[in-house]
Design a binder for this molecule. Structure first.
Ligand SMILES: Cc1ncc(COP(=O)(O)O)c(C=O)c1O
Length: 420
């Protein structure tokens, strides 16, 4: 076995706060490295060198699905799909699959238009609404965070202030309601740290499927999957390397997209069809086998050794990760709220992300550049804000340790003391 001591030492000296792709657990990466050369179930052949239709790879997917079902307590009437094309592809796929489901269910005519409601709380849900409109839904914003924040995404008011249309207006329900659980760019999360702001399911007709983009807070807390029609997440934050998107979809929403053509639907590329993916156990074409394998290792490591002990015997499998995320993010937010005004959080306190705390430096952009550079010199990497908004973003996914966050906070204090 190769000696990875140099690489491991480099990793130990680095705090990787990239927003995605982002750090993965050492143990999973070491196993993956060895398996690239020779996989235990296929000695002499690496995991990236065997057929996706082999029993060995089939086992990988079975085990990964099994771990996911345990961790997220996924009910048996939900299917797990491993798809390609990232979150951006799901912006289209969620809309296209649910459009087809809706057209068939309501036996629509070609001229009938279909509404979908989007809660636009940040950059990603904004983009999803635009893509939904491109592929054929009437995308209505039930909440526009940019308007609410005076040109910037910063908060989410109570649902009583959302613009939820009366169903009587057009007589038909929307095909779905869409939201993003954690806005990675803007640092805004439903149920952010210390907050009760959760998605207002009770404001919507229970027959209307809710679609959630959980790309950047997937596996960071328990989720009641039964409340959703579709949950999806790009792997490249808490789950594994880039290249695969996990889709959890309620079985009754999976339809034959070609059948919808009879009801005014358009032809959709086969690769976007949830039915094709479900019917073939996500092997409709060659999936990104190595990426899925690494995801399976990460899932296994989460089950085997959660970062904190279970808080109580009846705690849910992801409760320790939720406590862990609260603990880490609270340290950073406490620093923003220290009263000096040197750091200024960009998101309202009620919706502060547990995964991507974002903030500005009161001293302006030049000082922010200096902060990013000084952090990097200390081994703290990837803290620059998203290119569209600037500022600072400290992404603290599951693989970022409490000690690493403490080091970041110590650095923030030192930098403030030297520069205020
Ligand atoms: C919440 C969220 N949704 C969607 C996306 C887009 O994902 P992708 O780049 O995999 O298409 C991202 C990317 O970071 C994201 O953070």
């Amino acid at each position: 076995m190769a000696d990875f001591s140099k690489q491991l030492a480099e990793r130990a000296n680095t705090i990787n706060m990239n927003a995605g792709p982002s750090p993965l657990p050492d143990a999973a990466l070491l196993t993956a490295a060895a398996s690239l050369l020779s996989y235990p179930e296929t000695p002499g052949m690496g995991i990236a060198e065997i057929s996706h239709r082999s029993p060995a790879f089939d086992n990988v997917v079975v085990k990964a699905n099994d771990s996911l079902r345990k961790l997220l307590e996924i009910p048996s009437n939900y299917r797990i799909l491993w798809m390609q094309g990232g979150g951006l592809t799901q912006f289209a796929a969620t809309a296209l699959n649910l459009l087809a489901w809706y057209r068939i269910k309501n036996q629509l005519k070609p001229e009938d238009e279909v509404d979908a409601w989007y809660a636009v709380t940040g950059s990603w849900s904004k983009k999803a609404a635009e893509e939904g409109a491109r592929v054929g839904v009437n995308a209505k914003k039930v909440f526009d965070g940019k308007k609410y924040g005076g040109g910037k995404f910063k908060g989410i008011p109570p649902a009583s202030e959302w613009d939820i249309p009366q169903l009587e207006e057009n007589g038909r329900k929307p095909a779905f309601v869409y939201y993003c659980d954690n806005e990675t760019v803007d640092g805004i999360e439903f149920g952010g740290v210390g907050s009760e702001t959760s998605f207002p399911f009770d404001k919507f007709d229970p027959e209307v499927p809710v679609v959630a983009d959980m790309s950047s807070n997937f596996l960071s807390r328990p989720v009641d999957v039964s409340k959703y029609g579709i949950i999806y997440a790009g792997a490249q934050k808490n789950l594994g390397p880039a290249g695969v998107t996990l889709v959890i979809v309620r079985e009754d929403l999976i339809v034959d997209l070609d059948e919808a053509v009879k009801y005014g639907g358009t032809r959709v590329p086969s690769m976007l069809s949830y039915k094709n993916m479900a019917d073939t156990n996500s092997m409709y074409n060659t999936p990104p086998t190595f990426t899925i394998y690494v995801c399976s290792l990460v899932l296994r490591s989460l089950l085997a050794s959660p970062p904190l002990p279970l808080s109580s015997p009846d705690a849910r499998p992801l409760s320790p990760l939720s406590d862990f995320a609260d603990q880490k993010s609270s340290l950073i937010y406490a620093e923003l709220d220290d009263g000096s005004g040197f750091y200024v959080g960009t998101a309202d306190k009620a919706v502060r992300s547990r995964m991507n705390p974002t903030f500005r430096l009161n001293g302006g952009e030049e000082l922010e550049k200096k902060f990013v550079k000084a952090a990097s010199e200390k081994g703290i990497k990837g803290v620059n804000g998203h290119r569209s908004v600037g500022g600072i973003r400290t992404s603290i996914y599951n693989a970022v340790t409490l000690d690493q966050v403490k080091t970041l906070v110590a650095f923030m204090r030192e930098f403030r003391d030297q520069n205020q």
